[in-house]
Structure formats: C-alpha cells, structure tokens
Design a protein around this ligand. Structure first.
Ligand code: NAD
Length: 502
C-alpha cells in the first residue's frame, strides 16, 4: 500500500475519509498563484470495485427507509451546508479561482435541488386505476435504480454534484461521485455533511480519479446508472460506452451560447447582461454567453461601444481581493488553450477589439489570469466561432436580419442555452418557438432553470433523454414497475386470448 502524505486528498468511502491505495496521484492547484495546494489520490479498478461493493451492500437498507425519512436527511443536509456556507465557498474559490459571491451562488443553486427533494414523498407517488378490468386494479410504482455514479466537471464542483446526489440518494439509490480532479475538496466535504445529516455509510461515496477511474466505473457490472456532465467529446464517449454495457445514462456536454440583440433592445441593459454572462466565472460556465449577435450595423456599433466601456472597468484578481469581478482560469493548460484560440481568431481575420492576453497582475505572475477579451466581426466559418473556448472571450457576430441571427443559433453544433434581448413580444415569441435549443431566455442572459424544472441542452450539448433535476431526475433515478391485481382471484378457467379492457 502506498502511504500518502498528509496533504494528499483521498476518497470518502463507507462513511469516512480514506487515503488512496493506488500509486497514482494528481495535483490540485490554487489558480490565483499557480502553486500546488494538494496531491490527489486517483482510484484504480480495485478501489472502484471495493466502492461499488460497499454501495451495493448499503443500498437495500437505505431504500427500505420510508421516503419521508429519506427526505428529512436532505432537509438536515441543507441546514448543515448553510451553516458551513462561508467555509465551503472559500474552499471552492481557492481550488477553482471564482469569486466568493459566485461560489456562494453555485452552492445555493445546488442546495435548491436538495430543497426540492424535501417533497420526495409526493414526487415518488405512482398512479392507480381502480377497476381497470373486472375486479382488477392497476398501479405503478417507482423503485430505485440501484447504484448510480455521477461524473462531474471542474466548473461547478458543488452545484453539479448537487444536481445529481440529492435525487439519486433521496430516491433510495446508493451514489458514487467521481468529481473533477481540479477541485475535489468541496465534494469530499459534502459527503461528510450528508453523513452528519444522518445518511448511512456507503450511500454517498466520493471516489477521486481521472479517466482511468471513469473507465473502470463505466465497465463495472455493479453500477446501474451513470450521470455525466463535462465536455462534448467525453460526454459522447461516456454515453456510448455506458449504454453498450446496458446502463441507464444521461450525458451532458459543452456549449456555445448565443445572445441576440435586436435593434429595439435597450443597449445598456443588454451590455450589462452580456458582461456578467460572458465574463462571470471567467467564462467557465456551460451557460456562459460566448457569442453576441447584434442585428443591424447600428446595433452592433452601439453594442461594441457599450461593451468596450464596461470591459475597461472590469476588475480581475484573486478571489479574496476586494470588488473582484472575475478570477483566473482553472489551469495553465486552459490558459494556453484559450490564448491559442485568441491567436487563431486574429489569424482568421476576426477584429480583436480587446485583447485579454496583455493582462498582468503584480504579485500573481504565476497565476492563470487572463483578461476579458472581445472579438468583433467574427463569422460562422471561423474556429473561434465553432469551438467552445470556455474562457473569458466574447465573440460578436454581426447579423443583418432577425432571420440570420436565428439561423446562427439554430445552425450551431451546440444547443445548450440561448437568449434574445428585445422589446417586441411577437419577435420574442417567435424566437422561443423556433430556436432548436434546450434553454431559452427572453431578456434574461443566462436562462438556467430552477431546481423544480429540468436542466438540459439539445444537439451536441446532451446525450440521453432525461434532464438534470426537476421531475426528470425522479424518472432518471427510479425504475417504473406496473402492477395488475385481482381481488379476490376469480376462477374462470384458462383463457388463451389476449386480455383486453373491453
Ligand atoms: P471534462 O470533460 O474534461 O471532464 C469532466 C469529467 O470527466 C471529469 O470528472 C474528468 O475527470 C472526466 N474525464 C475527462 N476526460 C475523460 C475521458 N477521456 N474519459 C473519461 N472521463 C474523463 O470537462 P471539464 O473541463 O471538467 O468541464 C468543462 C466542460 O464541461 C465544458 O465543455 C462545459 O461546457 C461542460 N459543462 C457542461 C454542462 C452542462 O450541463 N451541459 C455543465 C457544466 C459544464
């Protein structure tokens, strides 16, 4: 067994933190300083097998507890997370780099899913038909799937695990989380808080790891369902591999979200909205707006002017500095990839209105900081338009007409979110109806559905047919069983014809 040093983060298995047993480790960084803050154990196939075995052992006992009791655990969990909010937010910001209000906001949005689970007994109710046939009643039940796995991205290390874990666990499943290797501390802490809230050991486990760990999870026959959120190439692969081994799977991918600005829109309102939507969390949100589509040259000129003015006032810095709007990007590799894409945009002929590559923060030269970047006159053939940049880069694509703006959003490979800013209700209604995208905002820049609605994109942004949270989460984390009963059992002799309700 490999003895790991004290600042190595391990796993949370069977109700306690345990060191990793494999010899494989990764590094966790503080993106503001670029320094390594911890090493992370990366689970191997043996550790995966052990976690699945303990989940399978614990699950039936948990599923046998009544739904009200399971919901109460979730209510206590909400209380404990709120109690520890400041500490959790600081831990999150230190590993991710986002500002403290942003970290608090994402934890809050995740908690709302746990709050939604307070209504579990109602959500789990089946259907009942009295007298479906002579003396026959028919009903449906929802039973847990068994053991589920969540594989989550770096950009929301609290919220996305909380999209999955509360419904999975409340529905009576055991759940193993494989968080992003970039920011694993908050997920580990969430598992401790669930234990404190009364969850039996083995029902929510956290197994840290990388793609090797994920592959072992996908192939393990003891796992019944996989929920994935991350980039599209990985989402596609996970969907195919998990489905091939007969697992239930939902797999969410990347995005390139457009915001259409109509000539009648209030430009100041649209520009304010774009600032937060494009540069909040350094653009590392799957619902970030990365393409602004002003309709008409005059709208475009006014929008560009309003954006440039605001970008010049935007404050970049480490999460603990005062009044910071935007932190660093997550890793050095992300920084290199994004600056490379900015260079590519220039090569392709896009007009670089503001170049974030020139930013330098005194005292943080080794951090992964990048300034807000604005491209104008981007076209649909360019790589900077087609690729998900996932950084603080906003591209303006000038459209001549509303139809052209609509066709841009409709024609893009991704279909996560989209928004339109206008004062014309008729145009807004037409847009909502015709745009082939999963989440739509009207004068709302980031239309993230609340916990009691489903979250999910279309096209290359999602594979599988059930959304995260909302009523779909109950459908995903349970199996339906339909029962026909006859009391008393009638003696009518054998009947070889097809039973009907006539
Ligand atoms: P990522 O795809 O690199 O990683 C996501 C998870 O998959 C991590 O846990 C990682 O360890 C694992 N992983 C990475 N490569 C793998 C491989 N080859 N095989 C198996 N597992 C692998 O994503 P990321 O960089 O952490 O997150 C950013 C991406 O997530 C962006 O594309 C963003 O749009 C997307 N995202 C989508 C949503 C959504 O709801 N659609 C929400 C948040 C983020």
């Amino acid at each position: 067994m490999n003895q790991l040093s004290q600042n190595t983060l391990g796993h949370f298995l069977e109700g306690k933190r345990v060191p990793g047993r494999s010899r494989r480790t990764g590094e966790v960084f503080d993106p503001a300083t670029g320094s390594v803050t911890a090493r992370l154990a990366l689970a191997d196939a043996d550790e995966v097998r052990a976690a699945v075995e303990s989940a399978r052992k614990a699950q039936p006992g948990w599923a046998a507890q009544n739904p009200q009791r399971r919901a109460r655990v979730m209510m206590r969990f909400v209380e404990f997370v709120n109690r520890d909010m400041d500490r959790l937010a600081e831990t999150l910001s230190r590993e991710h780099g986002k500002t403290l209000p942003d970290s608090r906001g994402e934890i809050q949005r995740g908690l709302e899913v746990a709050e939604f689970m307070a209504g579990l007994p109602h959500l789990l109710k089946g259907e009942f038909t009295e007298g479906a046939g002579p003396g026959i009643d028919m009903y449906s039940l929802r039973q847990p799937v068994g053991v589920g796995v969540g594989i989550t991205p770096f950009n929301f290390p609290a919220m996305i695990p909380l999209w999955m874990m509360p419904p999975a666990v409340a529905c009576g499943n055991a759940f193993i989380l494989k968080p992003s290797e970039r920011d694993p501390s908050v997920p580990l802490r969430l598992a401790e808080l669930m234990l404190e809230a009364g969850l039996p050991p083995g029902i929510f486990q956290v197994l840290n790891g990388d793609r090797e760990t994920v592959r072992a999870l996908l192939d393990d026959p003891g796992i019944d369902a996989i929920s994935f959120v991350g980039s599209t190439p990985v989402a596609r692969e996970i969907y195919a591999r998990a489905a091939a081994s007969g697992k239930r799977v939902q797999s969410f991918g990347g995005a390139k979200n457009h915001l259409v600005v109509m000539p009648d829109a209030d430009i100041a309102v649209a520009a304010d909205a774009l600032m937060g939507a494009a540069y909040g969390s350094a653009g590392e949100r799957c619902m970030a707006i990365s393409v602004a589509v002003p309709v008409g040259e005059a709208t475009a000129d006014r929008l560009r002017h309003a954006l440039v003015e605001r970008i010049e006032r935007l404050k970049v810095g480490p999460f603990f500095a005062e009044d910071v709007d935007m932190g660093p990007v997550v890793t050095r590799e992300a920084h290199t990839r994004i600056t490379g894409l900015i260079a590519r945009g220039v090569e392709e002929g896009a007009d670089l209105a503001i170049d974030g590559r020139t930013l330098s923060l005194q005292g943080y030269e080794s951090g992964f900081f990048l300034g807000p970047t604005l491209f104008d006159r981007v076209t649909r053939e360019m790589d900077v338009y087609r690729t998900e940049i996932f950084g603080p880069v906003l591209s303006m694509v000038r459209a001549k007409t509303y139809e052209e703006a609509l066709s841009l959003a409709a024609g893009h490979e991704y279909g996560n979110g989209v928004s339109i800013f206008t004062r014309d209700g008729g145009v807004a209604r037409d847009f909502v109806s015709r745009v082939p995208i999963g989440m739509v905002g009207v004068n709302v820049p980031i239309p993230v559905p609340l916990a009691y609605y489903g979250f999910g994109g279309w096209k290359a942004s999602a594979f599988g047919d059930l959304n995260q949270h909302g009523p779909d989460s109950i459908r995903f984390w349970t199996r339906t069983k339909t029962v026909a009963t006859r009391w008393p059992s009638a003696r009518s002799g054998p009947d070889f014809s097809m039973p009907t309700a006539r």
